[in-house]
Design a protein around this ligand. Structure first.
Ligand code: F6R
Ligand code: ZN
Length: 183
């Protein structure tokens, strides 16, 4: 079994690589302006993920990796984003390595303390244990990054669906702004 990660493009290839696509229809409820999202082309691609998971999700004993290709764009004044999640196993951290593009990694503790880190080619980001993470593309080109996490991690999307993050990344006066969001 062989897997190849192209270091210039982030493309992951091999029989064991699985690709998933998330359109605007699959991001219902994630943006501040839901009416603006609903008025857009529901088939428009927001991001693709190519994942190599040597063990099934939740089973320990392996390291997984995935490349995310997050398209540029906005919904209302909010930049295209990934859904974001906590890890079920709170001991599990993650690394994000940016391949190309520009954006912000949004991080949030269980107590909703929220901060961001700028992403650009070559930037490496550690997501500490117990920290929710989401990415927003603030540039004009796809934002491509590779994530690495332990196979026993598990993914909790429900908490973010219910409560969101403590801040949103919005385009205000043409510039990215990190705007606190009430709970
Ligand atoms: C894995 C991880 C990334 C994301 C990907 C898509 O733990 O954090 O590979 O899964 O960037 O984002 P979500 O999964 O939040 O839709
Ligand atoms: Zn993760």
């Amino acid at each position: 079994m062989s897997v190849r990660l192209d270091p210039l493009t982030g493309v992951l290839q091999g029989a064991a690589v699985k690709e998933s696509r998330r359109t605007l229809a699959g991001l219902t409820g994630y943006f501040r302006d839901e009416a603006a999202r609903a008025a857009m082309d529901q088939d428009r691609l927001a991001y693709r993920v190519q994942a190599y998971e040597p063990k099934p999700e939740g089973e320990r004993g392996a390291v997984c990796c995935a490349t995310t290709f997050l398209e540029p764009g906005t919904v209302g004044d909010e930049y295209f984003l990934t859904r974001g999640h906590f890890h079920v196993n709170e001991d599990c951290s993650e690394l994000e390595v940016t391949v190309s593009g520009t954006g912000l990694l949004v991080l949030m503790t269980a107590a909703r303390r929220t901060w961001t880190e700028p992403m650009r080619a070559g930037s490496v980001h550690h997501v500490p244990p117990g920290t929710a993470h989401r990415v927003a593309n603030t540039g004009d080109a796809p934002l491509v990054f590779v994530s690495y996490w332990p196979s026993e991690t598990g993914h909790d999307y429900g908490t973010i669906v219910e409560r969101g993050f403590g801040a949103r990344v919005r385009r205000i006066d043409g510039q990215p702004a990190i705007v606190p969001e009430p709970d």
